[in-house]
Write a protein that binds this ligand. Structure first.
Ligand SMILES: Cc1cc2nc3c(=O)[nH]c(=O)nc-3n(C[C@H](O)[C@H](O)[C@H](O)COP(=O)(O)OP(=O)(O)OC[C@H]3O[C@@H](n4cnc5c(N)ncnc54)[C@H](O)[C@@H]3O)c2cc1C
Length: 558
Protein backbone atom coordinates (compact mmCIF):
# COMPACT_ATOMS: atom_id res chain seq x y z
CA UNK A 1 0.00 0.00 0.00
CA UNK A 2 1.67 3.25 -1.05
CA UNK A 3 1.58 6.42 1.07
CA UNK A 4 -1.16 8.08 -1.01
CA UNK A 5 -3.41 5.08 -0.54
CA UNK A 6 -2.56 4.95 3.17
CA UNK A 7 -3.58 8.58 3.62
CA UNK A 8 -6.81 8.05 1.68
CA UNK A 9 -7.66 4.91 3.54
CA UNK A 10 -7.10 6.54 6.97
CA UNK A 11 -9.08 9.65 6.01
CA UNK A 12 -11.97 7.56 4.66
CA UNK A 13 -12.04 5.35 7.74
CA UNK A 14 -12.18 8.39 10.03
CA UNK A 15 -14.96 9.94 7.96
CA UNK A 16 -16.97 6.71 8.23
CA UNK A 17 -16.30 6.52 11.95
CA UNK A 18 -17.46 10.11 12.37
CA UNK A 19 -20.81 9.10 10.86
CA UNK A 20 -21.15 6.06 13.12
CA UNK A 21 -20.16 8.23 16.05
CA UNK A 22 -23.00 10.64 15.23
CA UNK A 23 -25.41 7.66 15.20
CA UNK A 24 -24.10 6.63 18.62
CA UNK A 25 -24.67 10.18 19.92
CA UNK A 26 -28.23 10.05 18.53
CA UNK A 27 -28.82 6.68 20.17
CA UNK A 28 -27.56 7.78 23.58
CA UNK A 29 -29.42 11.11 23.35
CA UNK A 30 -32.66 9.30 22.56
CA UNK A 31 -32.22 7.17 25.70
CA UNK A 32 -31.23 10.07 27.96
CA UNK A 33 -33.73 12.73 26.89
CA UNK A 34 -37.19 13.41 28.22
CA UNK A 35 -39.39 15.64 26.06
CA UNK A 36 -36.38 16.76 24.04
CA UNK A 37 -34.37 17.74 27.14
CA UNK A 38 -31.43 15.92 28.60
CA UNK A 39 -32.19 14.18 31.88
CA UNK A 40 -29.15 14.03 34.20
CA UNK A 41 -30.49 11.00 36.08
CA UNK A 42 -30.81 9.04 32.84
CA UNK A 43 -27.25 9.97 31.84
CA UNK A 44 -26.10 8.68 35.23
CA UNK A 45 -27.87 5.38 34.59
CA UNK A 46 -25.78 5.05 31.41
CA UNK A 47 -22.37 6.12 32.71
CA UNK A 48 -20.41 3.30 31.09
CA UNK A 49 -21.81 3.96 27.62
CA UNK A 50 -21.36 7.71 28.17
CA UNK A 51 -17.72 7.24 29.16
CA UNK A 52 -17.09 5.12 26.05
CA UNK A 53 -18.77 7.71 23.85
CA UNK A 54 -16.66 10.50 25.33
CA UNK A 55 -13.44 8.59 24.77
CA UNK A 56 -14.50 7.77 21.24
CA UNK A 57 -15.10 11.47 20.71
CA UNK A 58 -11.69 12.46 22.12
CA UNK A 59 -9.76 9.86 20.12
CA UNK A 60 -11.63 10.65 16.93
CA UNK A 61 -10.97 14.36 17.31
CA UNK A 62 -7.30 13.74 18.09
CA UNK A 63 -6.94 11.49 15.02
CA UNK A 64 -8.68 14.05 12.79
CA UNK A 65 -6.42 16.81 14.15
CA UNK A 66 -3.18 14.92 13.66
CA UNK A 67 -4.15 13.71 10.21
CA UNK A 68 -4.23 17.31 8.99
CA UNK A 69 -0.45 17.10 8.68
CA UNK A 70 -1.00 14.91 5.62
CA UNK A 71 -2.08 17.99 3.72
CA UNK A 72 0.65 20.22 5.18
CA UNK A 73 3.41 20.73 2.63
CA UNK A 74 5.96 21.52 5.38
CA UNK A 75 5.35 18.19 7.15
CA UNK A 76 8.22 15.70 7.13
CA UNK A 77 7.98 12.03 6.27
CA UNK A 78 8.26 11.30 10.00
CA UNK A 79 5.35 13.66 10.82
CA UNK A 80 3.23 11.76 8.28
CA UNK A 81 4.18 8.35 9.63
CA UNK A 82 3.37 9.43 13.18
CA UNK A 83 0.02 10.88 12.11
CA UNK A 84 -0.93 7.62 10.40
CA UNK A 85 0.34 5.56 13.34
CA UNK A 86 -1.88 7.44 15.77
CA UNK A 87 -4.82 7.40 13.35
CA UNK A 88 -4.63 3.61 12.98
CA UNK A 89 -4.40 3.14 16.75
CA UNK A 90 -7.34 5.47 17.27
CA UNK A 91 -9.49 3.81 14.60
CA UNK A 92 -9.12 0.46 16.38
CA UNK A 93 -9.90 1.97 19.75
CA UNK A 94 -12.86 4.07 18.54
CA UNK A 95 -14.40 1.02 16.83
CA UNK A 96 -14.20 -0.93 20.06
CA UNK A 97 -15.63 1.94 22.15
CA UNK A 98 -18.53 2.53 19.77
CA UNK A 99 -19.26 -1.21 19.72
CA UNK A 100 -19.55 -0.91 23.50
CA UNK A 101 -22.10 1.90 23.18
CA UNK A 102 -24.29 -0.01 20.69
CA UNK A 103 -23.98 -3.21 22.71
CA UNK A 104 -25.16 -1.41 25.84
CA UNK A 105 -28.51 -0.83 24.14
CA UNK A 106 -28.53 -4.19 22.40
CA UNK A 107 -28.44 -2.42 19.04
CA UNK A 108 -26.46 -3.45 16.01
CA UNK A 109 -24.30 -1.11 13.97
CA UNK A 110 -23.71 -2.77 10.60
CA UNK A 111 -21.59 0.14 9.32
CA UNK A 112 -19.22 -0.39 12.24
CA UNK A 113 -18.93 -4.11 11.51
CA UNK A 114 -18.28 -3.37 7.84
CA UNK A 115 -15.57 -0.90 8.68
CA UNK A 116 -13.97 -3.18 11.29
CA UNK A 117 -13.71 -6.04 8.78
CA UNK A 118 -12.92 -4.01 5.66
CA UNK A 119 -9.87 -5.01 3.66
CA UNK A 120 -8.83 -1.37 3.28
CA UNK A 121 -8.54 -1.00 7.04
CA UNK A 122 -6.79 -4.33 7.37
CA UNK A 123 -4.24 -3.28 4.73
CA UNK A 124 -3.74 0.06 6.43
CA UNK A 125 -3.15 -1.58 9.80
CA UNK A 126 -0.74 -3.99 8.21
CA UNK A 127 1.16 -1.21 6.48
CA UNK A 128 1.45 1.15 9.43
CA UNK A 129 1.22 -0.84 12.63
CA UNK A 130 2.83 -4.21 12.02
CA UNK A 131 6.05 -4.86 13.93
CA UNK A 132 8.41 -4.05 11.06
CA UNK A 133 6.63 -0.77 10.21
CA UNK A 134 6.57 0.39 13.78
CA UNK A 135 10.25 -0.47 14.09
CA UNK A 136 10.93 1.55 10.96
CA UNK A 137 9.12 4.51 12.54
CA UNK A 138 11.13 3.89 15.72
CA UNK A 139 14.35 3.97 13.68
CA UNK A 140 13.33 7.27 12.10
CA UNK A 141 12.72 8.62 15.61
CA UNK A 142 16.13 7.45 16.76
CA UNK A 143 17.66 9.84 14.26
CA UNK A 144 15.38 12.80 15.03
CA UNK A 145 15.88 15.65 17.48
CA UNK A 146 12.81 14.71 19.55
CA UNK A 147 10.81 17.60 18.11
CA UNK A 148 7.50 15.77 17.81
CA UNK A 149 4.08 17.06 16.79
CA UNK A 150 5.36 20.16 15.03
CA UNK A 151 2.84 22.99 15.01
CA UNK A 152 3.08 26.11 12.92
CA UNK A 153 3.47 28.78 15.58
CA UNK A 154 4.51 31.80 13.56
CA UNK A 155 7.42 34.05 14.37
CA UNK A 156 6.22 35.70 17.57
CA UNK A 157 5.08 32.53 19.29
CA UNK A 158 8.29 30.81 18.26
CA UNK A 159 10.21 33.55 20.05
CA UNK A 160 8.09 33.01 23.16
CA UNK A 161 8.69 29.27 22.92
CA UNK A 162 12.45 29.72 22.57
CA UNK A 163 12.57 32.15 25.46
CA UNK A 164 10.69 29.86 27.84
CA UNK A 165 12.42 26.69 26.65
CA UNK A 166 15.80 28.30 27.28
CA UNK A 167 14.74 29.44 30.74
CA UNK A 168 13.31 25.98 31.48
CA UNK A 169 16.54 24.23 30.45
CA UNK A 170 19.00 26.70 32.02
CA UNK A 171 17.23 27.72 35.22
CA UNK A 172 14.32 25.39 36.05
CA UNK A 173 15.78 21.99 35.15
CA UNK A 174 18.86 22.28 37.45
CA UNK A 175 16.57 23.01 40.43
CA UNK A 176 13.70 20.66 39.60
CA UNK A 177 15.08 17.44 41.06
CA UNK A 178 16.05 19.02 44.37
CA UNK A 179 12.66 20.69 44.78
CA UNK A 180 10.93 17.38 44.09
CA UNK A 181 13.09 15.12 46.22
CA UNK A 182 13.36 17.43 49.23
CA UNK A 183 9.77 18.69 48.87
CA UNK A 184 11.00 22.30 48.89
CA UNK A 185 8.93 25.39 48.17
CA UNK A 186 9.32 26.94 44.69
CA UNK A 187 12.20 29.38 45.32
CA UNK A 188 12.33 33.08 44.49
CA UNK A 189 15.23 32.15 42.18
CA UNK A 190 12.51 30.86 39.84
CA UNK A 191 9.66 33.21 40.70
CA UNK A 192 11.54 36.50 40.32
CA UNK A 193 12.81 35.96 36.76
CA UNK A 194 9.45 34.51 35.70
CA UNK A 195 7.73 37.63 37.03
CA UNK A 196 10.19 39.71 35.01
CA UNK A 197 9.47 37.64 31.89
CA UNK A 198 5.79 38.54 32.22
CA UNK A 199 4.63 34.96 32.82
CA UNK A 200 1.85 35.94 35.22
CA UNK A 201 0.39 38.50 32.83
CA UNK A 202 0.11 36.24 29.79
CA UNK A 203 -3.68 35.82 30.04
CA UNK A 204 -4.41 39.30 31.32
CA UNK A 205 -5.49 41.95 28.81
CA UNK A 206 -3.11 44.84 28.16
CA UNK A 207 -5.62 47.37 29.49
CA UNK A 208 -5.38 45.67 32.90
CA UNK A 209 -1.60 45.47 33.02
CA UNK A 210 -1.08 42.15 31.27
CA UNK A 211 0.35 41.39 27.85
CA UNK A 212 -2.63 39.70 26.14
CA UNK A 213 -3.93 41.58 23.14
CA UNK A 214 -6.88 39.26 22.51
CA UNK A 215 -8.44 35.97 23.56
CA UNK A 216 -6.69 33.98 20.83
CA UNK A 217 -3.32 35.58 21.43
CA UNK A 218 -3.49 34.99 25.18
CA UNK A 219 -4.49 31.33 24.79
CA UNK A 220 -1.68 30.54 22.42
CA UNK A 221 1.01 32.35 24.39
CA UNK A 222 -0.17 30.71 27.58
CA UNK A 223 -0.09 27.25 25.95
CA UNK A 224 3.38 27.76 24.50
CA UNK A 225 4.92 29.10 27.73
CA UNK A 226 3.22 26.48 29.91
CA UNK A 227 4.32 23.59 27.73
CA UNK A 228 7.92 24.82 27.69
CA UNK A 229 8.10 25.27 31.47
CA UNK A 230 6.33 21.98 32.23
CA UNK A 231 8.98 20.14 30.29
CA UNK A 232 11.48 21.08 32.98
CA UNK A 233 9.10 20.79 35.91
CA UNK A 234 5.33 20.45 36.08
CA UNK A 235 5.18 21.49 39.72
CA UNK A 236 7.92 24.06 40.13
CA UNK A 237 7.33 26.03 36.93
CA UNK A 238 4.74 24.71 34.46
CA UNK A 239 1.82 25.06 36.87
CA UNK A 240 2.64 28.48 38.26
CA UNK A 241 0.10 30.29 36.09
CA UNK A 242 -2.82 27.91 36.53
CA UNK A 243 -4.18 29.75 39.55
CA UNK A 244 -3.63 33.28 38.18
CA UNK A 245 -5.27 32.06 34.95
CA UNK A 246 -8.41 30.85 36.78
CA UNK A 247 -8.62 33.87 39.06
CA UNK A 248 -7.98 36.40 36.30
CA UNK A 249 -10.65 34.87 34.06
CA UNK A 250 -13.13 34.76 36.95
CA UNK A 251 -12.44 38.47 37.58
CA UNK A 252 -12.69 39.34 33.90
CA UNK A 253 -16.03 37.51 33.69
CA UNK A 254 -17.63 38.66 36.90
CA UNK A 255 -15.54 41.31 38.65
CA UNK A 256 -16.59 44.94 38.96
CA UNK A 257 -14.50 47.46 37.01
CA UNK A 258 -12.95 48.58 40.30
CA UNK A 259 -11.96 45.01 41.18
CA UNK A 260 -10.44 44.44 37.75
CA UNK A 261 -8.43 47.67 38.00
CA UNK A 262 -7.25 46.81 41.49
CA UNK A 263 -6.36 43.12 41.16
CA UNK A 264 -5.55 42.27 37.55
CA UNK A 265 -2.41 44.45 37.24
CA UNK A 266 -1.11 43.00 40.49
CA UNK A 267 -1.86 39.41 39.46
CA UNK A 268 -0.10 40.14 36.15
CA UNK A 269 3.04 41.08 38.10
CA UNK A 270 2.88 37.86 40.13
CA UNK A 271 2.53 39.91 43.30
CA UNK A 272 0.51 38.64 45.02
CA UNK A 273 0.68 35.02 43.98
CA UNK A 274 -2.75 33.40 44.03
CA UNK A 275 -4.49 30.25 45.18
CA UNK A 276 -7.92 28.80 44.45
CA UNK A 277 -9.92 27.19 47.27
CA UNK A 278 -12.87 25.21 45.95
CA UNK A 279 -12.44 21.61 47.12
CA UNK A 280 -13.57 20.64 50.63
CA UNK A 281 -12.96 17.45 52.61
CA UNK A 282 -16.51 16.23 51.88
CA UNK A 283 -17.03 17.74 48.43
CA UNK A 284 -14.62 17.75 45.51
CA UNK A 285 -16.30 16.83 42.25
CA UNK A 286 -19.70 17.78 43.64
CA UNK A 287 -19.02 21.52 43.65
CA UNK A 288 -22.72 22.44 43.94
CA UNK A 289 -22.76 20.97 47.45
CA UNK A 290 -19.85 23.00 48.85
CA UNK A 291 -20.51 23.95 52.45
CA UNK A 292 -17.88 26.47 53.68
CA UNK A 293 -20.02 29.21 55.21
CA UNK A 294 -19.82 32.94 54.57
CA UNK A 295 -22.01 34.94 56.96
CA UNK A 296 -22.66 38.67 56.78
CA UNK A 297 -20.66 40.84 59.18
CA UNK A 298 -20.17 44.61 59.51
CA UNK A 299 -18.71 45.70 56.13
CA UNK A 300 -18.12 42.21 54.85
CA UNK A 301 -18.30 38.49 55.48
CA UNK A 302 -16.97 35.90 57.94
CA UNK A 303 -15.70 32.64 56.51
CA UNK A 304 -15.99 29.47 58.60
CA UNK A 305 -15.15 25.97 57.50
CA UNK A 306 -12.54 23.78 55.85
CA UNK A 307 -11.03 23.65 52.37
CA UNK A 308 -8.56 21.09 51.15
CA UNK A 309 -5.99 20.65 48.36
CA UNK A 310 -5.52 24.40 48.06
CA UNK A 311 -2.34 24.55 45.98
CA UNK A 312 0.23 27.28 46.79
CA UNK A 313 -1.91 28.60 49.66
CA UNK A 314 1.25 29.27 51.71
CA UNK A 315 3.01 31.54 49.20
CA UNK A 316 -0.26 33.07 47.98
CA UNK A 317 -1.22 36.54 49.13
CA UNK A 318 -4.67 36.18 47.62
CA UNK A 319 -6.98 33.16 47.80
CA UNK A 320 -10.19 32.92 45.81
CA UNK A 321 -12.54 31.08 48.17
CA UNK A 322 -15.78 29.65 46.82
CA UNK A 323 -18.15 29.89 49.76
CA UNK A 324 -21.85 29.51 50.55
CA UNK A 325 -23.19 33.03 51.03
CA UNK A 326 -26.80 31.86 51.03
CA UNK A 327 -27.47 29.34 53.81
CA UNK A 328 -30.36 27.77 51.86
CA UNK A 329 -28.60 24.58 50.71
CA UNK A 330 -31.42 23.72 48.32
CA UNK A 331 -30.05 26.49 46.07
CA UNK A 332 -27.05 24.26 45.25
CA UNK A 333 -24.47 26.14 43.17
CA UNK A 334 -26.72 29.23 43.05
CA UNK A 335 -25.94 29.82 46.73
CA UNK A 336 -22.18 30.07 46.12
CA UNK A 337 -20.07 33.21 45.74
CA UNK A 338 -16.38 33.82 45.07
CA UNK A 339 -14.56 35.84 47.74
CA UNK A 340 -10.97 37.08 47.72
CA UNK A 341 -9.22 36.36 51.02
CA UNK A 342 -6.00 38.31 51.60
CA UNK A 343 -3.22 36.90 53.77
CA UNK A 344 0.52 37.26 54.37
CA UNK A 345 3.01 35.09 52.45
CA UNK A 346 4.42 32.02 54.22
CA UNK A 347 7.26 29.74 53.19
CA UNK A 348 7.19 26.07 54.13
CA UNK A 349 4.56 23.48 54.90
CA UNK A 350 2.46 25.02 57.71
CA UNK A 351 1.13 28.43 58.61
CA UNK A 352 -1.16 30.17 61.06
CA UNK A 353 -2.52 33.66 60.43
CA UNK A 354 -4.40 35.71 63.04
CA UNK A 355 -6.23 38.65 61.53
CA UNK A 356 -6.30 40.91 64.58
CA UNK A 357 -10.10 41.11 64.29
CA UNK A 358 -10.32 37.63 65.75
CA UNK A 359 -10.28 35.87 62.38
CA UNK A 360 -7.97 32.94 61.83
CA UNK A 361 -6.64 30.89 58.92
CA UNK A 362 -4.44 27.85 59.36
CA UNK A 363 -2.81 25.76 56.64
CA UNK A 364 -1.01 22.41 56.53
CA UNK A 365 0.56 21.00 53.39
CA UNK A 366 -0.60 17.49 52.44
CA UNK A 367 2.37 15.17 51.74
CA UNK A 368 2.05 13.93 48.12
CA UNK A 369 3.81 11.44 45.83
CA UNK A 370 4.54 14.14 43.25
CA UNK A 371 3.57 17.65 42.14
CA UNK A 372 5.85 19.05 44.83
CA UNK A 373 7.05 22.62 45.15
CA UNK A 374 3.85 24.63 45.53
CA UNK A 375 2.39 22.27 48.17
CA UNK A 376 -1.36 21.68 48.39
CA UNK A 377 -2.85 22.68 51.73
CA UNK A 378 -5.64 21.71 54.09
CA UNK A 379 -7.10 25.06 55.19
CA UNK A 380 -9.23 25.95 58.17
CA UNK A 381 -11.09 29.30 58.23
CA UNK A 382 -12.43 30.53 61.55
CA UNK A 383 -14.35 33.79 61.70
CA UNK A 384 -12.07 34.96 58.86
CA UNK A 385 -13.07 38.45 57.70
CA UNK A 386 -13.38 39.34 54.00
CA UNK A 387 -14.54 42.90 53.15
CA UNK A 388 -17.53 43.48 50.82
CA UNK A 389 -15.14 44.95 48.26
CA UNK A 390 -13.56 41.49 47.87
CA UNK A 391 -16.72 39.66 46.81
CA UNK A 392 -16.24 39.10 43.07
CA UNK A 393 -18.93 41.10 41.29
CA UNK A 394 -20.02 42.85 44.53
CA UNK A 395 -23.69 42.45 45.56
CA UNK A 396 -24.56 41.45 41.99
CA UNK A 397 -21.94 38.69 42.15
CA UNK A 398 -23.61 36.98 45.12
CA UNK A 399 -24.78 33.52 44.12
CA UNK A 400 -22.72 33.61 40.92
CA UNK A 401 -19.40 32.27 42.25
CA UNK A 402 -19.87 28.91 40.56
CA UNK A 403 -20.25 30.51 37.11
CA UNK A 404 -17.26 32.79 37.60
CA UNK A 405 -15.15 29.84 38.70
CA UNK A 406 -16.26 27.71 35.76
CA UNK A 407 -15.40 30.48 33.29
CA UNK A 408 -11.90 30.44 34.75
CA UNK A 409 -11.76 26.66 34.50
CA UNK A 410 -12.11 26.63 30.70
CA UNK A 411 -8.75 28.37 30.28
CA UNK A 412 -7.41 26.28 33.18
CA UNK A 413 -8.27 23.05 31.35
CA UNK A 414 -6.60 24.14 28.17
CA UNK A 415 -3.61 25.14 30.22
CA UNK A 416 -3.59 21.73 31.90
CA UNK A 417 -3.48 20.09 28.46
CA UNK A 418 -0.39 22.21 27.74
CA UNK A 419 1.10 21.11 31.06
CA UNK A 420 0.50 17.49 30.05
CA UNK A 421 2.17 18.13 26.67
CA UNK A 422 5.29 19.47 28.39
CA UNK A 423 5.58 16.46 30.69
CA UNK A 424 5.01 14.05 27.79
CA UNK A 425 7.62 15.75 25.71
CA UNK A 426 10.16 15.53 28.53
CA UNK A 427 9.39 11.85 29.15
CA UNK A 428 9.53 10.96 25.47
CA UNK A 429 12.84 12.73 24.90
CA UNK A 430 14.37 11.15 27.99
CA UNK A 431 13.22 7.68 26.87
CA UNK A 432 14.59 8.25 23.37
CA UNK A 433 17.98 9.36 24.70
CA UNK A 434 18.20 6.41 27.07
CA UNK A 435 17.10 3.88 24.45
CA UNK A 436 19.91 5.11 22.18
CA UNK A 437 22.63 4.84 24.80
CA UNK A 438 21.62 1.76 26.83
CA UNK A 439 22.97 -1.55 25.58
CA UNK A 440 21.13 -4.79 26.34
CA UNK A 441 22.24 -8.22 25.10
CA UNK A 442 25.04 -6.41 23.29
CA UNK A 443 22.92 -4.01 21.25
CA UNK A 444 21.38 -0.58 21.85
CA UNK A 445 17.88 -0.84 23.32
CA UNK A 446 16.52 1.28 20.50
CA UNK A 447 17.53 -1.33 17.93
CA UNK A 448 15.01 -3.85 19.24
CA UNK A 449 11.67 -4.05 17.52
CA UNK A 450 9.56 -3.72 20.64
CA UNK A 451 11.43 -0.63 21.85
CA UNK A 452 11.12 0.97 18.41
CA UNK A 453 7.40 0.19 18.40
CA UNK A 454 6.95 1.66 21.89
CA UNK A 455 8.76 4.85 20.92
CA UNK A 456 6.72 5.09 17.72
CA UNK A 457 3.43 4.81 19.60
CA UNK A 458 4.55 7.26 22.28
CA UNK A 459 5.61 9.79 19.67
CA UNK A 460 2.40 9.29 17.68
CA UNK A 461 0.27 9.95 20.76
CA UNK A 462 2.37 12.97 21.72
CA UNK A 463 1.96 14.39 18.21
CA UNK A 464 -1.81 13.83 18.29
CA UNK A 465 -2.18 15.37 21.72
CA UNK A 466 -0.19 18.46 20.75
CA UNK A 467 -2.07 18.95 17.51
CA UNK A 468 -5.36 18.69 19.37
CA UNK A 469 -4.35 21.11 22.13
CA UNK A 470 -3.05 23.70 19.69
CA UNK A 471 -6.06 23.39 17.41
CA UNK A 472 -8.46 24.04 20.30
CA UNK A 473 -6.20 26.82 21.60
CA UNK A 474 -6.64 28.49 18.22
CA UNK A 475 -10.44 28.56 18.47
CA UNK A 476 -11.43 32.22 18.27
CA UNK A 477 -13.43 32.24 21.50
CA UNK A 478 -12.38 29.65 24.01
CA UNK A 479 -15.03 31.03 26.39
CA UNK A 480 -17.67 29.16 24.38
CA UNK A 481 -15.61 26.02 23.96
CA UNK A 482 -16.41 24.27 27.23
CA UNK A 483 -16.76 20.81 25.66
CA UNK A 484 -13.64 21.14 23.48
CA UNK A 485 -11.42 22.41 26.31
CA UNK A 486 -12.59 19.52 28.49
CA UNK A 487 -12.00 16.97 25.71
CA UNK A 488 -8.46 18.25 25.18
CA UNK A 489 -7.74 18.12 28.88
CA UNK A 490 -9.11 14.59 29.16
CA UNK A 491 -7.08 13.31 26.23
CA UNK A 492 -3.82 15.06 27.03
CA UNK A 493 -3.78 14.07 30.69
CA UNK A 494 -4.43 10.38 30.01
CA UNK A 495 -1.79 10.53 27.26
CA UNK A 496 0.73 11.96 29.71
CA UNK A 497 0.06 9.08 32.06
CA UNK A 498 0.56 6.53 29.27
CA UNK A 499 3.71 8.11 27.89
CA UNK A 500 5.39 8.64 31.25
CA UNK A 501 4.59 5.02 32.10
CA UNK A 502 6.24 3.75 28.93
CA UNK A 503 9.22 6.07 29.41
CA UNK A 504 9.82 4.74 32.90
CA UNK A 505 9.50 1.18 31.58
CA UNK A 506 12.13 1.83 28.91
CA UNK A 507 14.54 2.90 31.66
CA UNK A 508 14.00 -0.41 33.50
CA UNK A 509 15.14 -0.46 37.14
CA UNK A 510 16.90 2.89 37.07
CA UNK A 511 13.61 4.45 35.93
CA UNK A 512 12.18 3.59 39.33
CA UNK A 513 15.03 5.38 41.13
CA UNK A 514 14.32 8.84 42.46
CA UNK A 515 17.57 10.08 40.95
CA UNK A 516 16.17 9.57 37.42
CA UNK A 517 13.89 12.28 36.12
CA UNK A 518 11.42 9.86 34.47
CA UNK A 519 10.29 8.72 37.93
CA UNK A 520 9.32 12.34 38.65
CA UNK A 521 7.53 12.69 35.32
CA UNK A 522 5.57 9.52 36.13
CA UNK A 523 4.33 10.63 39.56
CA UNK A 524 3.72 14.20 38.39
CA UNK A 525 1.68 13.08 35.38
CA UNK A 526 -0.58 10.99 37.58
CA UNK A 527 -2.22 14.02 39.14
CA UNK A 528 -3.25 15.58 35.83
CA UNK A 529 -6.35 13.40 35.41
CA UNK A 530 -7.50 14.19 38.96
CA UNK A 531 -7.50 17.97 39.26
CA UNK A 532 -9.06 20.73 37.14
CA UNK A 533 -12.02 18.38 36.73
CA UNK A 534 -11.40 14.68 37.38
CA UNK A 535 -11.49 12.57 34.23
CA UNK A 536 -14.84 10.96 35.12
CA UNK A 537 -16.46 14.28 35.96
CA UNK A 538 -15.30 15.92 32.75
CA UNK A 539 -16.62 12.94 30.80
CA UNK A 540 -19.93 12.46 32.59
CA UNK A 541 -20.88 15.97 33.66
CA UNK A 542 -19.40 18.16 30.96
CA UNK A 543 -18.47 16.43 27.70
CA UNK A 544 -21.24 13.89 27.26
CA UNK A 545 -23.80 16.51 28.22
CA UNK A 546 -22.28 18.91 25.70
CA UNK A 547 -22.38 16.29 22.94
CA UNK A 548 -25.93 15.17 23.66
CA UNK A 549 -27.29 18.68 24.19
CA UNK A 550 -25.74 19.88 20.93
CA UNK A 551 -27.43 16.97 19.18
CA UNK A 552 -30.82 17.70 20.80
CA UNK A 553 -30.50 21.39 19.84
CA UNK A 554 -29.80 20.43 16.23
CA UNK A 555 -32.85 18.16 16.25
CA UNK A 556 -35.03 20.97 17.55
CA UNK A 557 -33.73 23.36 14.89
CA UNK A 558 -34.23 20.82 12.07
C1 LIG B 1 -2.19 17.75 43.87
C2 LIG B 1 -3.57 18.31 43.87
C3 LIG B 1 -3.75 19.68 43.78
C4 LIG B 1 -5.03 20.23 43.83
N1 LIG B 1 -5.18 21.59 43.80
C5 LIG B 1 -6.40 22.13 44.04
C6 LIG B 1 -6.56 23.55 44.20
O1 LIG B 1 -5.61 24.32 44.08
N2 LIG B 1 -7.80 24.02 44.52
C7 LIG B 1 -8.89 23.20 44.67
O2 LIG B 1 -9.96 23.69 44.96
N3 LIG B 1 -8.76 21.85 44.51
C8 LIG B 1 -7.56 21.30 44.20
N4 LIG B 1 -7.42 19.94 44.07
C9 LIG B 1 -8.58 19.08 44.30
C10 LIG B 1 -9.11 18.42 43.06
O3 LIG B 1 -9.71 19.39 42.22
C11 LIG B 1 -10.09 17.32 43.53
O4 LIG B 1 -9.31 16.30 44.10
C12 LIG B 1 -10.96 16.81 42.41
O5 LIG B 1 -11.89 17.78 42.05
C13 LIG B 1 -11.71 15.52 42.84
O6 LIG B 1 -12.39 15.73 44.03
P1 LIG B 1 -12.21 14.69 45.23
O7 LIG B 1 -10.77 14.50 45.49
O8 LIG B 1 -13.06 15.13 46.36
O9 LIG B 1 -12.77 13.32 44.67
P2 LIG B 1 -14.28 12.84 44.72
O10 LIG B 1 -15.19 13.89 44.26
O11 LIG B 1 -14.54 12.21 46.03
O12 LIG B 1 -14.23 11.69 43.61
C14 LIG B 1 -13.53 10.46 43.81
C15 LIG B 1 -13.51 9.68 42.48
O13 LIG B 1 -14.84 9.40 42.07
C16 LIG B 1 -15.09 9.93 40.78
N5 LIG B 1 -16.48 10.42 40.78
C17 LIG B 1 -16.96 11.50 41.46
N6 LIG B 1 -18.26 11.64 41.22
C18 LIG B 1 -18.63 10.64 40.38
C19 LIG B 1 -19.86 10.26 39.79
N7 LIG B 1 -20.98 10.96 39.95
N8 LIG B 1 -19.87 9.16 39.01
C20 LIG B 1 -18.75 8.44 38.80
N9 LIG B 1 -17.55 8.75 39.33
C21 LIG B 1 -17.49 9.85 40.12
C22 LIG B 1 -14.08 11.03 40.61
O14 LIG B 1 -13.84 11.32 39.24
C23 LIG B 1 -12.89 10.47 41.33
O15 LIG B 1 -12.22 9.56 40.48
C24 LIG B 1 -6.15 19.37 43.95
C25 LIG B 1 -5.97 17.98 44.02
C26 LIG B 1 -4.71 17.45 43.98
C27 LIG B 1 -4.53 15.96 44.09
Amino acid sequence: MNSVLQAKSATDALAQLRQVFESAVALLASRCAVDGHLDGRRVDERQVASFDLVWASAELLAAESVLRVLTDCDATELDRRLALTYAVEAIGSVISRLEGVFLEFDCSAPELQMLATSTDLRDLRLAICNGASLQQTGNALADCDGEIGRVDLGEELLMVQNQFRRFAADVVAPLAERIHRLDLTVPEALLTPLREMGLFGLSIPEEYGGVATGDLDSNMTMIVATEALSEASLAAAGSLITRPEILARALITGGTEEQKRKWLPRIALGDPLCAIAITEPDFGSDVASLSLRATRAQGGWHLDGAKTWCTFAGKAGLIMVVARTDPDRSLGHRGLSALLAEKPVYEGHDFEYEQGTGGRLTGRAIPTIGYRGMHSFDLSFQNFFVPDANVIGGEKGLGRGFYFTMSGMIGGRLQTAARASGVMRAAFRAALRYARQRKVFGSPLVSYQLTGAKLAKMAARLAASRQLAYSVGRLPSIGGAHTEASLVKLFACRSAEMITREALQIFGGIGYAEETSVSRYFVDARVLSIFEGAEEILALKVIVKGLLEQYLERQKAA
